[in-house]
Design a protein around this ligand. Structure first.
Ligand SMILES: *[C@@H]1O[C@H](CO)[C@@H](O)[C@H](O)[C@H]1NC(C)=O
Ligand SMILES: *[C@@H]1O[C@H](CO)[C@@H](O)[C@H](O)[C@H]1NC(C)=O
Ligand SMILES: *[C@@H]1O[C@H](CO)[C@@H](O)[C@H](O)[C@H]1NC(C)=O
Ligand SMILES: *[C@@H]1O[C@H](CO)[C@@H](O)[C@H](O)[C@H]1NC(C)=O
Ligand SMILES: *[C@@H]1O[C@H](CO)[C@@H](O)[C@H](O)[C@H]1NC(C)=O
Ligand SMILES: *[C@@H]1O[C@H](CO)[C@@H](O)[C@H](O)[C@H]1NC(C)=O
Ligand SMILES: *[C@@H]1O[C@H](CO)[C@@H](O)[C@H](O)[C@H]1NC(C)=O
Ligand SMILES: *[C@@H]1O[C@H](CO)[C@@H](O)[C@H](O)[C@H]1NC(C)=O
Ligand SMILES: *[C@@H]1O[C@H](CO)[C@@H](O)[C@H](O)[C@H]1NC(C)=O
Ligand SMILES: *[C@@H]1O[C@H](CO)[C@@H](O)[C@H](O)[C@H]1NC(C)=O
Ligand SMILES: *[C@@H]1O[C@H](CO)[C@@H](O)[C@H](O)[C@H]1NC(C)=O
Ligand SMILES: *[C@@H]1O[C@H](CO)[C@@H](O)[C@H](O)[C@H]1NC(C)=O
Length: 448
């Protein structure tokens, strides 16, 4: 899931970068004439930035940033002619640079884009970044930055994209960042942030993508976030969030990805879930304490690609999923679904038109009856199938051998009788097959 998300975010941010590129296009024209000096403040700032880069294996900065050519032609530097050779962009991403970010960065007062992603910058984010009132894009992601997020970034009031993910940032999200009224992309995932989600962030009225995935945030999700009417990606998985999801969230009709897995969230999923999120593609709520049923309205979520609600306390039947033809992952494992009766597994037959399905998990529930024959008509893309830990009886239907791409098949801890169909022997990619019975099966369950 993280992968899908990151791909999307990269897409979004590259769109924004392209926009920035076209804004600042008119730069880096040939500036051969030494008489065009540019602004001395910018030159000194660049030299100060260079001075704090300790390691530059590709020699893109350390040796090529020298006075034999104008600084506007230095690698990664873009200037604006319109503003008398002021630096408008600094792009030093993916150069394996090591060092720290100089506080002199704050003197590049015409800077619109700063990209230092995928390097190994350490120490703190200089608060002087707050002096950059023209900054629209700030990518500091995937470095080794420490310390807190400087509240002074709130002064970069033109900021559209703020990517700080994959660093070692600690402390709280500064509430004052709510003043970034143009912010569309705000990515904090894979850090070590603590504290609560500031309610003030509900004022980020332009926000489209917000991810705090894999941090240590706690408290409940503030209802003020419901004001983020443009939000499409809401990714808060793997924190320590508790409480319930505010019901007004299901009013955020542009949501495409809704991810709150691996927290301690309680309450039920709302009955009108899919009517509320008509564009929903990814719904990830696994490993929480959700109770109640899977919303029947999920039948209408025809764009749904991934539905993962495993390891909760859900009850009732799996609703009609006949129209969810785009499903790739459908996992309801490790809940209390079903009633130990015939018909509990009728949803399996409804999945035969989901031709991209690769992962189907309904192990460790209260499903009864027999395993439908139609299981052999599921997508041949299926790689993972877990049905163990239920009370299925009767024989194992022949035809599982049609699922030629199966890698994991878990059927143990049921009450199957008869013999093992020989066509299972055709599953040449199968790496793991569990058919046995364990006494303490729950202890052996690994959510996938
Ligand atoms: C250079 O930039 C600084 C800071 O923006 C400004 O005060 C100064 O006047 C500029 N100098 C020239 C020669 O444009
Ligand atoms: C200065 O930088 C240019 C490229 O920007 C490089 O070709 C040249 O060798 C450098 N000069 C020195 C003295 O490092
Ligand atoms: C640039 O920034 C640094 C640190 O923020 C500061 O000490 C310096 O005086 C500033 N001005 C110039 C012209 O370098
Ligand atoms: C992080 O940067 C390193 C290079 O420093 C790169 O190899 C790696 O793929 C990047 N990770 C992500 C998730 O972009
Ligand atoms: C970053 O640099 C530090 C030393 O400053 C080093 O310990 C660490 O392994 C480096 N990280 C990466 C991803 O290269
Ligand atoms: C950060 O912002 C505060 C409050 O606006 C200000 O007093 C302080 O000087 C700023 N720090 C820097 C380094 O610009
Ligand atoms: C995150 O912070 C907690 C508490 O300060 C600490 O125990 C933990 O080791 C940190 N994790 C990382 C990955 O830095
Ligand atoms: C932002 O949101 C908070 C709480 O939701 C609210 O009290 C405040 O007035 C709003 N405005 C600003 C500028 O923070
Ligand atoms: C959803 O939004 C509508 C108006 O946009 C509002 O009338 C309604 O009260 C909201 N529902 C919830 C649960 O907040
Ligand atoms: C699906 O959507 C239609 C049209 O909006 C609605 O009438 C129907 O009740 C919905 N079905 C469920 C199960 O919510
Ligand atoms: C699957 O698609 C076929 C052809 O469109 C249709 O006849 C059949 O009813 C569908 N089955 C299910 C379970 O949706
Ligand atoms: C069933 O298989 C699993 C996985 O190999 C194993 O850990 C377990 O001990 C087996 N149980 C029995 C009763 O053989």
């Amino acid at each position: 899931m993280g992968g899908v998300l990151v791909m999307k975010l990269v897409l979004i941010s590259s769109l924004v970068l392209n926009a920035i590129l076209s804004i600042f296009c008119c730069s880096s024209m040939q500036l051969k004439q030494p008489r065009i000096r540019g602004n001395e403040t910018d030159r000194l700032a660049l030299l100060a930035i260079k001075a704090q880069i300790q390691h530059d294996p590709n020699h893109q900065v350390m040796s090529s940033w020298n006075d034999s050519i104008h600084f506007c032609l230095w690698h990664g530097v873009t200037c604006s002619r319109r503003h008398r050779q002021r630096v408008t962009k600094l792009e030093l991403g993916s150069l394996a640079l090591m060092g720290s970010i100089s506080s002199h960065i704050g003197n590049l007062s015409f800077l619109g884009g700063l990209n230092l992603e995928n390097n190994n910058f350490t120490l703190q984010i200089p608060p002087q970044i707050g002096h950059l009132h023209r900054l629209q894009v700030l990518h500091l992601n995937n470095n080794s930055l420490t310390g807190t997020i400087p509240a002074n970034i709130s002064s970069c009031f033109k900021l559209i994209t703020l990517r700080l993910e994959r660093n070692n940032l600690v402390g709280k999200i500064p509430p004052i960042l709510s003043s970034l009224s143009k912010l569309q992309t705000f990515i904090l995932q894979f850090n070590n942030l603590t504290g609560e989600i500031p309610p003030s962030l509900g004022n980020l009225s332009s926000l489209e993508a917000f991810s705090t995935l894999v941090n240590n945030l706690e408290g409940s999700i503030p209802s003020s976030l419901c004001q983020l009417r443009k939000l499409t990606i809401f990714s808060f998985s793997a924190n320590r969030l508790s409480g319930i999801i505010p019901s007004c969230m299901y009013n955020m009709s542009r949501i495409i990805e809704f991810e709150v897995s691996e927290n301690q969230i309680q309450g039920s999923l709302p009955p009108n879930l899919s009517n509320a999120f008509p564009n929903l593609k990814i719904l990830t709520v696994f490993q929480n304490q959700f109770t109640g049923g899977i919303p029947r309205s999920i039948s209408n979520a025809t764009n749904l690609v991934s539905f993962q609600c495993q390891s909760n306390k859900l009850t009732g039947q799996v609703p009609n999923i006949r129209n969810l033809h785009n499903l790739v992952i459908f996992s309801v494992a490790d809940n209390n679904l079903g009633s130990y009766k015939d018909g509990d597994l009728s949803f399996v037959s409804e999945l035969i038109n989901a031709t991209q399905l690769t992962n189907l998990q309904f192990a460790y529930n209260m499903f009864g009856g027999t395993l439908p024959k139609s299981i052999s008509n599921l997508s041949t893309n299926l790689q993972i199938l877990t049905i163990g830990g239920n009370q299925l009886h009767g024989s194992i239907p022949t035809g599982l051998g049609n699922l030629v791409n199966l890698q994991l098949l878990v059927m143990r801890d049921n009450s199957f009788t008869g013999s093992i169909p020989t066509d299972i022997g055709r599953l040449s990619t199968l790496g793991e097959l569990y058919l046995n019975t364990t006494t303490n099966y729950r202890g052996a369950f690994h959510p996938l």
